[in-house]
Ligand binder design. Structure first.
Ligand code: SF4
Length: 506
């Protein structure tokens, strides 16, 4: 029997799903993070997961984005061959209209992160379109849709290889995961696609991330096929690497590992890894010609009520008075509560500043003695000072770090995840410091921001230079003035503890 699906109901369903996933984590994901939080033995990793869980509950209550990066929309549409459409638009145009409406919703404006002309002008399209859409045509009279909003930080850590048929997938994954660093905001999931062709393996990896977290069920019932054997082996072995939440070292790096495979050519073994981050966001709906399919809000009882305790030993720092000598006394792993004024800037602002310095031009902002926070916030709504404003991946700024420290008088940086060797050397040579905030705790971080104003490059939108006035913003010393990095020492220490049997992964 033919089903008629109207344009308006399709668009409304897409827009509703995207709004929903911007502020509700999937319940299975929250429960998995909570279990990892409860069994974590490394206080720093436990603290990071506490912030992720508190942030998640706040977003569920406040209907504001889990992360400042509200993602690139990826949609899997499965269309029954007996479906008839009542529309003048293409299905692609309808998906994009749903994206447009969701991201411009005045009650919960989402960050537009999509740039056209990616190797040229990199101009923001303004409404987060276009989505990346995959279609499948099947027998039947329903339309089945999976919607995801994928963070750029985790997408950037994607890995692909065309292995020899005799090569070990497990060995390759265990080689790749440490190289992914912490920019994908673990704990999260790994989607692994094996077989087909190069692009098919990638697609399988992305599709695998749509499944719920259920590794404990698989552990209980045992594997039925090769994909499930790989899931169990990789879940155990990846967690035994000791990378931990936010790369700080610890017992849980992955909450689940998903594997999908497909027949392949005798000469090939394509393998792809795509990680999903602390801002795991996906929803599913089916249209049967009975009106829009709207998401059902979860119960807040599904979220643990965790409070974040500030110990008496936490260092409080006034950014308006901090000196180069103060910075030198900060130890790797110290928790610091920042108050006072900081600047912001990320990729585009750094590129502009470094280009201006090369031409001998004056910068729009004096950075002497200041801290810069790598962030691209969501626009505020209602009485907000700023929307969710968590850190972005710091390694992207590594190539600018020496110039910034040596030519502007910048004192320190705040961002997400590890720094690479060039940035660490520049920090050590200049006795600077790098502080990390928790990626995926963006709404929580925004509560610490008491005022925000644009000081430079307003044309860059969310990438402009702002000045934030913050009160008690929690950060951790991730690279100290001597160049010691907690993202190197933490995973080493926890991997050794796991290998020695001092602690056990689940
Ligand atoms: S949680 Fe991390 S990787 Fe995910 S969207 Fe946010 S900043 Fe990006």
């Amino acid at each position: 029997m033919t089903t008629v699906i109207k344009e308006a109901e399709f668009i409304e369903s897409v827009a509703d799903a995207l709004q929903f996933i911007s502020y509700y984590h999937p319940v299975d994901f929250i429960q998995a993070v909570n279990q990892a939080y409860e069994r974590e033995a490394n206080p720093a990793a436990k603290d990071a997961m506490a912030q992720i869980l508190i942030n998640s509950r706040m977003c569920a209550m406040g209907h504001r984005p889990i992360c400042q990066d509200t993602g690139i929309v990826t949609v899997f549409v499965t269309v029954g061959m007996d479906v008839q459409w009542e529309t003048t638009q293409s299905l692609t145009d309808m998906v994009n209209e749903g994206v447009r409406r969701a991201y411009n919703n005045p009650d919960n404006v989402l960050r537009a992160s999509i740039l056209e002309d990616p190797d040229g002008a990199r101009k923001n399209t303004g409404d987060n379109t276009p989505a990346v859409i995959h279609y499948n045509i099947v027998p039947g009279n329903e339309v089945d849709v999976h919607v995801a909003a994928k963070g750029g930080g985790s997408e950037a850590k994607t890995k692909f290889a065309m292995l020899n048929p005799s090569d070990s997938v497990v060995d390759w994954v265990l080689d790749m995961v440490p190289k992914m660093g912490a920019g994908w905001c673990p704990p999260g999931m790994l989607g692994i696609g094996i077989g087909g062709t190069a692009e098919k393996a990638m697609l399988l990896a992305k599709e695998a991330l749509l499944d719920p977290v259920d590794i404990q069920d698989l552990q209980a019932r045992g594997a039925d096929n090769r994909s499930e054997e790989l899931r169990l082996e990789l879940y155990d072995k990846v967690n035994r690497l000791g990378i931990g939440a936010q790369g700080l070292g610890g017992l849980t790096t992955v909450l689940d590992v998903k594997v999908k495979d497909y027949p392949t050519h005798a000469a090939n073994k394509a393998v792809a890894i795509i990680p999903n981050c602390a801002a795991t966001r996906h929803a599913h709906f089916t249209l049967k010609g009975e009106g829009p399919a709207l998401q059902t809000p979860p119960s807040l009882d599904d979220w643990p009520e965790i409070s974040w305790e500030v110990s008496d030993t936490v260092r409080r720092v006034n950014l308006d008075q901090v000196t180069a000598d103060d910075v030198k006394s900060w130890q790797p792993g110290d928790t610091i509560l920042l108050s006072g004024k900081m600047l912001t800037g990320r990729d585009a602002a750094h590129k502009k500043m470094v280009d201006m310095l090369a031409k001998g031009e004056e910068l729009p902002v004096d950075l002497t003695g200041r801290f810069i926070y790598y962030v691209g916030p969501v626009d505020p709504v209602r009485d907000e000072v700023v929307g969710p404003a968590g850190p972005t991946t710091a390694t992207r700024m590594d190539k600018f770090t020496r110039t910034m420290l040596e030519q502007t008088g910048l004192l320190g940086m705040i961002g997400k995840a590890e720094r690479g060797p060039t940035a660490i050397e520049a920090i050590r040579d200049n006795e600077s410091v790098y502080l990390m905030a928790v990626g995926g705790a963006a709404y929580l971080v925004a509560q610490a921001i008491k005022s925000a104003k644009v000081l430079g490059f307003p044309e860059l939108g969310m990438e402009a230079i702002y000045e934030f006035d913050v009160k008690d913003m929690p950060v951790t010393v991730a690279v100290d003035s001597k160049g010691e990095s907690v993202h190197q020492t933490g995973p080493q220490e926890w991997r050794a503890k796991i290998e020695e049997g001092v602690v056990t992964v689940s």
